[in-house]
Design a protein around this ligand. Sequence first.
Ligand code: DAH
Length: 343
Amino acid sequence: MNLAELTARFRDAVARSSDARALDEVRIAFLGRSGAVTEVRKGIGKLPPSERPGAGKVINEAVQALEAELAAALARVENAALTRSLEDTSDVTFPGPPAKIGAIHPVRHVAIDVARYFTRHGFAVVLGPEIETDANNFDALNIPPDHPAREGLDSFYLRPDLVLRTHTSPMQVRAMRKHGPPIAIIVPGKAYRRDANDARHLFMFHQVEGLMVGHGIHFGHLKGMLVGMCRELFGPSADVRFRPSFFPFTEPSAEIDVKCPACAGTGEVAAVQCRTCGGSGWIELGGSGMVHPNVLRSVGYDPDAVTGWAFGCGLERIAMKRHDINDIRAFIENTPGFAEGLA
Ligand code: DAH
């Protein structure tokens, strides 16, 4: 290779180099100690001695010039890289969006609050099966064979003798059969009814059952505990009303109403009918009463020795009132941010 050839190839290689690393490789290949220039220098030895110093000088000057070209090329690619990085407008120091951590579902929130209240008062929380015998779901609860709830139209029957429990009340039966009196439990859980889903019904919903049986238990105990529960759920000034009602498994029976927190029982908010209670001023939470002697008998308790109270409330119903939700389907629709907005 002669000097002209080396210069041409060198320039070609420099032109094809787009970054500092490539340029460094060019330097090593052409101007480095074992690079092409060394080969050219070796050619000096073949010249007559008088021409050698002149040739050496020419080569050295050429190498200096090529080194200068290399330095200029390096400055050029580094500048280009800097320009590219400045054109990227993203700010790497900008803080990222906060991580989504989710929220407890409002129905579970109610269950937790109810459980906290009752466990504080010595109650145990127990859970039961969602597939139940019709004997536990109905017979043991004094619900007669001709009761409408026992028709296939109202309940999900899996077999003639098995239903998806229509309420949490059969757990009263299971718990009393397992433990002798005294007993104090609550049972949160799912219940199923053959309803078409609409603004007020879901075919699957949640209840919490309460049961206390022992010597000398009376209706005053029921009222005291449930008034306390409502104050825990709706605030210390919540007003509670017990309205006479009927359930096959309690006698006497009462519906539990709480004074509407949205309108304070007036039925109106800013001169229009209160949306939360529909204008009645009261909200129905569920049923309650003194455990029917037939129920106590069915589990082997002696109704002359012990008495008890029980209640059952819908958890969605409580959550709807707490958060002013008007359509029960909101709980199962999984709309992003639903639970978060309420937490
Ligand atoms: N099981 C009833 C229902 O689902 C609610 C209920 C009423 C439960 C009275 C009770 C009770 O324990 O004493 O409608």
